[in-house]
Design a binder for this molecule. Sequence first.
Ligand SMILES: Nc1ncnc2c1ncn2[C@@H]1O[C@H](COP(=O)(O)OP(=O)(O)O)[C@@H](O)[C@H]1O
Ligand SMILES: [Mg+2]
Length: 306
Amino acid sequence: MTALVELKNVSKVIKGKKIIDSLSFSIHEGEVFGFLGPNGAGKTTTIRMIVGLMKMSEGDILINGHSIEKDFAKAIQQIGAIVENPEMYKFLTGYENLQQFARMQGGVTKEKIDETVELVGLTDRIHDKVKTYSLGMRQRLGIAQSLLHDPKILILDEPTNGLDPAGIREIRQYIRELAAKRKMAVIVSSHLLSEMEMMCDRISIIQKGKLVGVHSVHGWMDSQSETYSFTVDDLESAAKIIKVSKPELAVKIVDRALVVQMEREQVPEMIQLLTQESIKLYEVKGVTKTLEDRFLEITEKVGAVV
Ligand SMILES: Nc1ncnc2c1ncn2[C@@H]1O[C@H](COP(=O)(O)OP(=O)(O)O)[C@@H](O)[C@H]1O
Ligand SMILES: [Mg+2]
């Protein structure tokens, strides 16, 4: 797979303080890649360096093979981005805004404008003044604007901030569509895990300027051994029995149930063991670990606040 964006040991020091600490990762075509982290983690700073709005202190960023520092013009040509809020002329129509932007950009055809309007679903309202647009529509116009020059990479910093659930769902759909149909690499940032989970193929977790982990949204869940919850009459005795005969298993008492991590294949054996030892077994449930559980596990390890 082609890496469209590659960060190599990127650091940023501002006034003697390390804001970004040696970030390295690659983003591929057709992929939606998320930066997830609490406010102040360094998401915007990283994005500003990727789009060349801020210089790195160390490292390099390659955009489709071109260094953003040494080969700025070639690198930036591949990127469409909205950093913070999209700027627009509110007294002009959406269409006039795009025309204005196309003029500044150069080389954008009318067909390209129409195609982009269609893509972000603004066809019906594009000739209305931007001041009549909802925040979601402005966000979509911003995306249209950043797509006019046909970039391979789209970068959106907290694109769903301030949007209502319907607006969030729309943005999510456009983002997924751009990655799937146009094979773009899309980078989005957010401080909300649930949102990232629905939008991204991979999520990088950034905390205090450091990369804590990069996880594929699906693989992340699959790689976990399963967890089962046993409702029994005597929790303490049941826990003891398991600890003695299966010392390799992790056993916990959670909400008046016995929670055991093990393979599905081991469940019948466990039921047999407990009943043999006269434990009354009322219920056995598989507990699905949510992405949130995993996220908390990872961030708790590094002692971070989410
Ligand atoms: N120009 C700057 N000068 C000093 N500190 C900055 C500057 N820009 C960002 N920071 C600091 O860098 C850290 C990361 O900020 P930012 O990238 O905006 O985080 P995020 O986007 O994840 O909320 C914060 O502690 C912020 O205060
Ligand atoms: Mg930010």
